[in-house]
Each structure stands twice: as C-alpha cells, then as structure tokens.
Design a protein around this ligand. Structure first.
Ligand code: FAD
Ligand code: SIN
Length: 541
C-alpha cells in the first residue's frame, strides 16, 4: 500500500500568488507547494510592465479605484476594488522589503515614495512600479529564492495536480477538501496527497487559444478542478487579448509591454498611418479591449498579418535602460527598436473570470481556496487594466493567509483516501488523438471565440467543443494519464465554460464583443455557472 503524503497546507502553483502565500504561512505552519514544471515557470515570471499601486503624492486611491471601475465597465465589485487598491502600497512595500529591486527615481534611493513609475493603458496616472521590463522575473526569482531557503516550505516540481478530493465535514452536509490526485511527471505515477487545506494558485488559461502571451503551464487546471469539485465559476467570457505581442517566426509568446506605449510608442499601419487617435481620445493608451479590437479591425479590414509599434523616436539609451529585455529580444530577431518599427499582433493574455471566491479567497468547500489569476474576485469586472493582476495576487495571498491561520486549527487531518485507480486503463495507442485535439481546440477558440464574436461563431464553437469533449473523455477513460492528456481535458472544459458564458451574455461589454448584440445592456450582472454534479466527492457522497 503506497504512502499518502499529508500536508497541513497544499498550495497548487508557484507563481506570485502561491509563493507569496507560502512565505507568509510558513511563519506558522509547514507548507507544500506544487509546480507543474520548474518552480519559476508561470505567467508571473514573464510579467513585464509591473505592479500598479498608488505611490506618488499626485496620485490617489480614489483615482486608481475610478480607473479600475471604468475599465471594468459596470461589472467590478466596488468593495473588492477598494480592498485591493487600498492594499497596493503595502504590497509594494512587502515586495521591496523581501528584496525585489524596484526601479527608483534617480537620486531618490532613500525616500520611500521614490519609486520610478510607468504609465500604462487605462491608468490616469503613472502608478506602475517596475524592475525595468522584467518585473515578473525579479518578483518570481526573489520569492523562489526565499521559499527554497525556508525550512517550513517544501517545493515539489514536475507535479501535475489532476483533481481535488472532497468529502463531507464531520456531522454536516458541508463539503470539505481532503487533498488531491497528483501526477508525478518524472515517474509517471499518480499519488494521493492528503491535506487539511488546499489552495488553487494555478494561474490562467491562455493556452486555450492558438495565439497567446501565456507560458505552456497556463491551461486553466485550477478552474477545471474547481468546476469538477462543484465550485462556482464566474465571468469566463471576459478573456483579455493583449494588443502587442511580437510577430516574428523565431519568438513564441513574446510580449511588448504596454509601458512602451506609455512612454510614447505609437501604433502604425504598414504605410505609417497612426490609427488609434481617430478611434479613441486616449489613443495608444486606451484600455486594452479598445486597442486590441482596433488592431483586429485594421488587420481584418486590410488583410494584414500584423501592425507596427514604433518607438524609434525615443532616445536609444532610454530604450536600452528602461526596456533592456525587449531591446535585446528584438535585436535577436534583427530588429533594432531604436531604428525600426516592431511588428505586433494581439494574443490571448489574461482571463478575468475564474473560481468565484470571497474576500479571503474561500472557494466554497471548507478548506478550499483559490487565489491569483485562477480566481474571480470581482476586481477586474469586464476588463482588467494593466498591472492590476500581480497586485491582486499579492493582496489576496495576504488575506488568504490570515484566513487560513484563523481556521486551520479546526480542520483535522484526513484519513486514508482512495488510491488512483489504473486498473481499467492501458498505455495510449494513438497519441495523435491528443495532439490533434489540442490543435483543433485552440484553433476553434481563436477563430470563433476571439476578440470579435458573433452568435453564429459561438454556436459553431459550442458544437465543435461538444464533439471534442466526448472524444477526449472517451480517451481519458481508456488510457493512462500523462500531462498532455490532463491539460487537454482541462482545456476543453475551460473552453466550454468560456463559450457557455459568452453565449449567455446578450450584450457587448468590456472584453466581450458580439457583433449580434453590439451594445451594453441596461441591466448588468456577472455570469455565474454552477456545476451541480461534482465528480470529486470521494467520501460521504
Ligand atoms: P502563475 O504565475 O501563472 O503561476 C501558476 C503556477 O501554477 C505555476 O507554478 C504552474 O506550474 C502551476 N500550475 C498550473 N497548473 C498546475 C497543476 N495542474 N498542477 C500543479 N501546478 C500547476 N500582470 C500584471 O499585473 N503586471 C504585468 O506586468 C503583467 N505582465 C504580464 C506579461 C505576460 C507575458 C503575461 C503572460 C502575464 C502578465 N500579467 C501581468 C498577468 C500576471 O502575470 C498573471 O496574472 C500573474 O502572474 C498570475 O500569477 P499566479 O500566481 O496566479 O499564476
Ligand atoms: C504589459 O506589460 O503590457 C502587461 C501588463 C499586464 O498584463 O498587466
């Protein structure tokens, strides 16, 4: 009989949200963190722009709140917005305090309020604290280093969580989390991990689209696991497309930060015409949905493969100092950004929806939490403004930590749980099925559920996805799992949740634009989907 590891707290995901939580909890408890690949691999590592917070005397919380609400187009939860934005300055101080080397204004290294701040779309002030154009890397590396050195934190890499395990709380009808099935990707074995408390910090789901800024781990696993566990999933129709990803055959998923537009970068058609100005008074600094839709429109109207971002009028030395990573990566492609324009296209970037949680990150069943991009807190509403996501990761990691510390003593350790059953499956005989379906699903989402949608496209997508789901489930039921199959099963579920939510919204708002109902409706509410037939209940079903 195999050993079933027992963890006081099991955090699934090692990005900003998972590691920030682990470090804070580890002051009191042992914590285990799972990562699907290496610890550092996740969206956090690739974040460029930075973390938004009110850090300048000319700025105000009211202004940051108002910008967030405006971008969210009537769908933000105002109390959540206030809660997160008020937590901004403390979050930056916490990161600074643990060693994240945020850029400072020259000659101002000693003053607390002396961060060098970038300006990004939708913000009416400079308020994005950054580490040049590799803010995410600086944050992730700092958190990882501290977590590796911490005696109460265990980091387990190449571990793919498959499903949560749930039971009934003693004497009650309420469900509680007991642990998770996890594939050890090195040995190929699935183990049962028991835990008193589980936190989903698995990041986003960009891989559901063919073109995305997201890393390979972003397959919506946490959202899919939560759905199968009976949690509520909200606002999945609001998928954000970043307007400017590098368009070059040698670079996969490389983002050109919005901060470059904030510093004066202009969007151009191939003939050099600047097009954003005639569409929105804020031009290149309009919120992302506006800019991405404008680029999409111009590309479709003129049959273009890309548009261009021009920063060549900015001083070369400033570009190298403030955007060293972009400068270098573009040079590797033969593009000197101080001399030539950068070819760019929009790509799927961020999912505003996710596992519905309360102010502490509680996801429904006792002991189950979701934080970071996996969660829907109500902060972003129908559209997220730049650099509010890392902020949300940090503020909710902190709130979640407090809640877990309060409640953990009441949750006893689960006993032995059912082992993963492989008695009815064999080794796969046709891996091509998985590869084909991966591609078909992502192509279908890109073509039919992209920046501009229509009733007909969404109907087509729903039909295709239904067939894909059946095929994938049949395959899942017959063959041993591997990472690709686990991710594909999650992707098809997440894709269906996006399409279902998009079909249900009979209006256009924020990131959701449907040609057949192009205007916002008078009354507005979030989309909340509920799985009434959870499959993760293993005890007391
Ligand atoms: P992530 O950092 O994505 O980490 C997810 C973790 O979950 C990983 O460790 C992964 O291995 C693990 N995981 C996933 N599935 C499983 C599983 N099944 N089993 C075990 N582990 C699993 N936001 C900003 O605020 N500012 C920015 O400047 C910014 N720039 C961005 C640039 C890019 C290119 C991208 C892609 C996003 C950017 N964002 C930015 C968004 C922001 O980076 C993310 O929303 C945020 O980092 C998410 O953090 P997270 O902790 O939720 O997840
Ligand atoms: C960027 O730097 O443009 C990305 C910022 C974000 O996604 O918040």
């Amino acid at each position: 009989m195999s050993v079933q590891p027992l963890h006081p707290v099991l955090i699934i995901g090692s990005g900003a949200s998972g590691l920030a939580l682990a470090l804070q909890l580890a002051e009191h408890h042992k914590v285990t963190v799972l990562a699907k690949e290496q610890v550092g691999e996740g969206a956090t590592f690739y974040a460029q722009g930075g973390v938004s917070a009110v850090l300048d005397a000319r700025d105000s919380l009211a202004s940051h709140i108002s910008d967030t609400l405006q971008a969210g187009a009537g769908l933000c939860i105002p109390e959540t917005v206030r809660f997160v934005i008020e937590g901004g300055p403390a979050a930056i101080e916490w990161l600074s305090g643990i060693g994240v080397p945020f850029a400072r204004r020259r000659g101002a290294a000693q003053r607390a309020a002396a961060y060098h701040l970038h300006h990004e779309g939708g913000h009416s002030h400079r308020r994005v604290a950054h580490v040049a154009d590799q803010t995410g890397m600086a944050i992730e590396n700092t958190l990882e280093q501290l977590a590796r050195a911490h005696p109460r934190i265990t980091l387990l890499e190449n571990q793919v969580a498959i499903d949560l395990l749930l039971g009934r709380a003693p004497g009650g009808r309420r469900r509680r989390v007991l642990g998770a099935y996890v594939l050890d990707n090195d040995s190929g074995r699935v183990r049962t991990h028991r835990a008193r408390c589980v936190v989903l910090a698995t990041g986003g789901a960009g891989k559901v689209y063919l073109y995305t800024s997201n890393p390979d781990v972003a397959t919506g696993d946490g959202i899919a696991m939560a759905w199968r566990a009976g949690c509520r999933i909200a606002n999945m129709e609001f998928v954000q497309f970043h307007p400017t990803c590098l368009y070059h055959p040698r670079q996969k998923n490389f983002l050109i930060t919005e901060a470059l537009r904030g510093e004066g970068g202009k969007l151009l058609l191939p003939d050099g015409t600047r097009f954003m100005k005639r569409l929105d008074a804020r031009a290149e600094l309009a919120p992302r949905d506006v800019v991405a839709r404008a680029i999409d429109h111009e590309m479709k109207r003129k049959g273009l493969e890309c548009v261009y971002l021009d920063a060549s009028h900015l001083p070369a030395r400033r570009l190298q100092r403030e955007f060293p990573n972009i400068h270098r990566r573009c040079l590797e492609c033969g593009l000197d950004i101080s001399r030539v324009r950068i070819p760019v296209v929009p790509a799927a970037h961020y999912i505003c929806g996710g596992v519905r949680v309360d102010r502490n990150g509680r996801a429904g069943p006792l002991g189950l939490y979701a934080i970071g991009e996996t969660a829907y807190t109500g902060l972003h509403g129908a559209n997220r403004i730049a650099s509010n996501s890392l902020l949300e990761c940090l503020v909710y990691a902190h709130a979640c930590c407090r809640d877990i510390l309060r409640r953990l003593p009441a949750w006893d350790a689960p006993g032995r749980l059912p082992a993963w059953d492989e008695s009815r499956v064999t080794d796969s005989d046709e891996e091509v099925v998985v590869r084909h379906n991966w591609h078909e699903l992502r192509r279908c989402m890109w073509d039919y559920v992209g920046i501009v949608r229509s009733d007909k496209r969404l109907r087509r997508a729903a039909n295709r996805l239904r067939m894909l789901r059946r095929e994938i489930h049949e395959y899942y039921g017959h063959f041993k799992v591997d990472r690709n199959l686990i991710e594909l099963r999650n992707l098809v579920l997440v894709a269906e949740l996006i399409v279902r939510s998009a079909r249900g919204r009979r209006e256009s708002r924020g990131l959701h634009y449907n040609l057949d109902c192009p205007r916002p409706a008078a009354a507005v509410s979030p989309t909340v989907l509920h799985n009434h037939r959870p499959s993760s209940l293993v005890q007391g079903a």
